[in-house]
Design a protein around this ligand. Structure first.
Ligand code: ARG
Length: 458
């Protein structure tokens, strides 16, 4: 027979190239357990619905259990000639139990089978990702909590803007990963419907129960439209979208770690185990893990764009193009898994260098806004004028090569005669940070509130 599965219509075997372009077993074997779970649920439903006999059904089930064991034990032989995981498992079932194996595929097609398998797989990936993001958030909370008073420069345009705290900065990432977590949960809710029973595309004339298989596989219910069920890959696209956004957040943090670790910044220390040396320059300690978190983000985004491009021109319902979904999704899932783990480890191990951060926080006239605010508050000067006066004083300090707080009172009073020496009280970075008490602001008390909020929520 040209092909054991559909040999009836075929007189020739596929050419070697046909087999090479067609075979997906090298990667879709990663859905082996999902495929078996789906087949077990399907088979039990076929028995319960009197579509196959109890006897055949039980021999199918026992065969499937044996195959699952063979795969677990690494004894299963995956064959390229059998194309994909579905055919490989059915082929092996036939070897074990004989002709009854042919009854398993009653009221089912590989189209709903593959849609089911990949959905089960991606559902697990959602759960793993949620767990990992939660761990990362906890690591950030621990670090932030210890650093609500650690003053560092806040930047806009990568120029010193206003002093903030390291804790506050880390809590900004908690907000990002917190949103990522809600995206994972949202997406999981949407994907949790079973496509099994859509069959090739139109449903089936057999009296199946799609609700029964959906329930058995932990779904909220069956999908409603059989055409959409076999044509849809939204769950994969959503996963890769949320993973792309999450990876983008990780990449920004990785970029900051890379920057903070330079001898020029020296804001943080990262233990050797997250770095590598140079084969030529003995002094080097390179932040490779952070760089790779940043670099691998491109893979995740690339995978999303790749599948979007594959899907965008496909007419309903299933087309073989869709087989291209798996490698992208597996790669995106593997990548987000390793970058989340690496980032969590780095965050746990990062040690801030408070002296360096504080020194840098004061540089670049970072308390200029505090001076302007003081003029508004104490002297009732309109903010625009206060901005002007302060700008003048910054220029003066720059000229003298000193800090704002080093300017003598006479110089200050030349800019506005009403200035008193009370102004020096607002020019320190610590005072600046403590004064930012608005909701969400950088004052230690406010940051502690943010930590408490997330501890409660997570
Ligand atoms: N290996 C295929 C895939 O991954 C399974 C579905 C094949 N269905 C078909 N009608 N050829 O998409």
């Amino acid at each position: 027979v040209a092909n054991v599965m559909w040999g009836g219509r075929f007189s020739q075997s596929p050419s070697a190239l046909m087999e090479a372009i067609n075979a997906s077993i090298d990667f879709d074997k990663r859905m082996a357990f999902q495929d078996i779970e789906g087949s077990i649920a399907h088979c039990m439903m076929l028995i319960a619905s009197d579509i196959i006999s109890k006897e055949d059904g039980e021999s199918i089930l026992n065969g499937l259990y044996q195959i699952r064991k063979e795969i677990e034990d690494g004894e299963f032989i995956f064959k390229k000639s059998l194309e994909d995981i579905h055919m490989n498992i059915e082929g092996r079932l036939r070897e074990i139990i004989g002709d009854a194996a042919g009854r398993l595929h009653t009221a089912r097609s590989r189209n709903d089978q593959v849609a089911l398998d990949i959905r089960l797989w991606i559902r697990d990936a959602h759960d793993r990702t949620a767990e990992q993001i939660t761990k990362l958030i906890k690591a950030l909370l621990d670090k932030a909590e210890k650093n609500t008073d650690t003053v560092m420069p806040g930047f806009t345009h990568l120029q010193s803007a206003q002093p903030v705290t390291f804790g506050h900065h880390l809590m900004a990432y908690v907000e990002m990963f917190g949103r990522d977590l809600t995206r994972v949960r949202d997406s999981r809710t949407r994907l949790n419907e079973s496509p099994l029973g859509a069959c090739a595309l139109a449903g089936t004339s057999f009296p199946i129960s799609r609700h029964m298989t959906a329930l058995a596989l932990g779904f909220d219910g069956p999908t409603r439209n059989s055409l959409d069920s076999v044509a849809d890959r939204d769950a994969l696209l959503e996963f890769m979208s949320l993973a792309s956004i999450c990876a983008m957040h990780l990449s920004r943090l990785a970029e900051e770690i890379t920057l903070w670790m330079t001898p020029q910044f020296n804001f943080i220390k990262l233990p050797d185990r997250w770095t590598t040396g140079s084969s030529i320059m003995p002094q080097k300690r390179n932040p490779d893990a952070a760089e790779l978190v940043r670099g691998k983000t491109g893979r995740v985004i690339g995978s999303l764009v790749s599948l979007l491009t594959t899907m965008k021109g496909l007419p309903l319902t299933y087309s073989k193009d869709m087989q291209e979904d798996k490698e992208r999704v597996f790669d995106a899932a593997d990548t987000i898994e390793i970058v989340l783990a690496a980032m969590t480890g780095m965050i746990e191990d990062i040690q801030p260098v408070p002296e360096r951060m504080a020194a840098a926080a004061g540089a670049g006239f970072a308390t200029a806004t505090d001076l302007a605010d003081w003029l508004v508050r104490e002297l009732n000067i309109p903010f625009r004028d206060a901005h002007h006066i302060t700008g003048h004083l910054v220029a003066e300090a720059e000229k003298q090569g000193c800090d704002l707080s080093d300017l003598p009172l006479e110089v200050m009073q030349k800019a506005d005669s009403r200035i008193t020496d009370a102004v020096y009280g607002v020019l320190t970075v610590a005072a600046s940070v403590h004064s930012r008490t608005s909701f969400g602001g950088t004052s230690p008390k406010r940051v502690a509130e943010q930590v408490a909020y997330w501890r409660e929520k997570i």
